[in-house]
Write a protein that binds this ligand. Structure first.
Ligand code: AMP
Length: 115
């Protein structure tokens, strides 16, 4: 089911964002509060609340998101140095914007396990 978030407004260009990659179905833009030298959000233009809400019919779109993350990482020179892709699912995992998004993080050493 469709619902409005700040990301819907970014998709519609109603609020500014530093968009760095776009396809028919996917948008990628810089996180407003970066947690690493590279911190980019990759989102579907279709409003899906989170990963738990994703449907089997959205399989291709979910694949698009991962491939977009890999492409953005490659373009940003991170493919060799390494990067991390994170999905926070629900409040307990730190989700604050309820529109499915991948965090692409890189440009510094990334500890494991994450906090
Ligand atoms: P999460 O906590 O996993 O839901 O991630 C939401 C992310 O969206 C956070 O890292 C925020 O810094 C980021 N964010 C919130 N508002 C904006 C915005 N207007 N433009 C870019 N990033 C945003």
């Amino acid at each position: 089911m469709s619902h409005e978030t700040i990301f819907t407004k970014i998709i519609r260009r109603e609020i500014p964002a530093e968009i760095i990659y776009e396809t028919e179905r996917v948008l990628a833009f810089k996180d407003i509060s970066p947690q690493a030298p590279t911190h980019i959000l990759i989102i579907p233009k279709l409003a899906i609340r989170n990963l738990s809400d994703a449907q089997p019919s959205e399989r291709d779109l979910l694949g698009d998101l991962l491939l977009a993350a890999a492409e953005v990482a490659k373009r940003g020179g991170l493919a060799e140095s390494g990067y991390r892709v994170v999905i926070n699912n629900e409040v307990g995992a730190g989700q604050t914007v309820f529109h499915l998004h991948l965090h692409l993080l890189g440009g510094r050493a990334l500890g494991w396990p994450p906090g």
